[in-house]
Design a protein around this ligand. Structure first.
Ligand code: FMN
Length: 227
């Protein structure tokens, strides 16, 4: 048996101290995911955020109304009031909007989860989604696109710009009118909360949560805090 010298013990000790120090200084692992020093877990460069569920209405060349579900969407300007929707070129809606320069944004209530999902499962190129769901397309009043009678809120948009990003093309639509069921209109013509949220990782739909505070007001507590 080889003789263990003091120098061997010293080297092993040094390695141990270094290893402990190293784990302490940098990230730890949890089920293969890195835990950062501030206790956050890095999930990588992926779409993980909850997104609103919008149903986009358009007409094809022949005038057939179509609806498609989109979640890569948002408000993008207040003056002029604009929204953005990100569509893959493969969608029928993409072709329709290029052709008609208009689209509608329809907000589903929680009673229309099935229909909203269906609009994202099949293409208007192959089927008539309106006949399949029995929902009613109404000709837009301000733009060349149909909106849904049964959904509580519809926004008529005129295409004003497109931006190529990668897989998706962003269509920017100027809002020409917002139409809402009377029951959805609150104080100062505000819209009452409605709509669905989509979790892209679990593929679950959620309703809108409770009111938690007043915007541009809740933060004043900190703003006004005496130093
Ligand atoms: C919840 C959900 C969100 C979706 N979001 C988008 C989106 O933002 N952009 C997109 O191009 N496709 C999206 N899709 C897929 C389209 O809705 C799907 O390809 C649809 O068949 C396209 O319809 P169309 O060919 O009639 O236009 C989504 C589907 C679902 C179910």
């Amino acid at each position: 048996m080889k003789h263990i010298s003091a120098i061997h013990i010293f080297i092993v000790g040094l390695l141990l101290v270094n290893t402990i120090g190293f784990t302490d200084e940098t990230n730890q692992m949890n089920e293969g995911k890195e835990i950062m020093k501030d206790n956050k877990i890095s999930l990588g460069a992926e779409i993980k955020l909850m997104a609103p569920v919008w149903v986009i209405g358009s007409y094809d060349k022949a005038g057939k109304a179509n609806m498609m579900t989109a979640a890569w969407v948002g408000i993008c300007c207040s003056k002029p009031p604009c929204v953005s929707i990100a569509l893959r070129k493969a969608t029928y809606t993409y072709t329709n909007i290029i052709e008609r320069k208009a689209f509608t944004v329809n907000i589903p209530s929680k009673n229309f989860v099935k229909e909203a999902d269906y609009f994202g499962l099949v293409s208007g190129r192959d089927v008539n989604k309106l006949s399949a769901t029995g929902l009613t397309p109404i000709k837009g009043e301000k733009v060349d696109a149909p909106y849904l009678k049964e959904f509580p809120v519809a926004v008529e948009c005129k295409l004003i710009n497109t931006v190529e990003v990668g897989l998706h093309t962003i269509f920017i639509g100027e809002i020409m009118d917002v139409k809402a069921d009377k029951s959805m209109v609150g104080e100062n013509n505000s819209l009452l909360p409605c709509g669905l949220l989509f979790n892209p990782t679990t593929r679950d739909y959620y309703g809108i949560g409770e009111q938690l505070g007043k915007a541009f007001t809740a933060g004043r507590e900190i703003l006004n805090k005496k130093k």
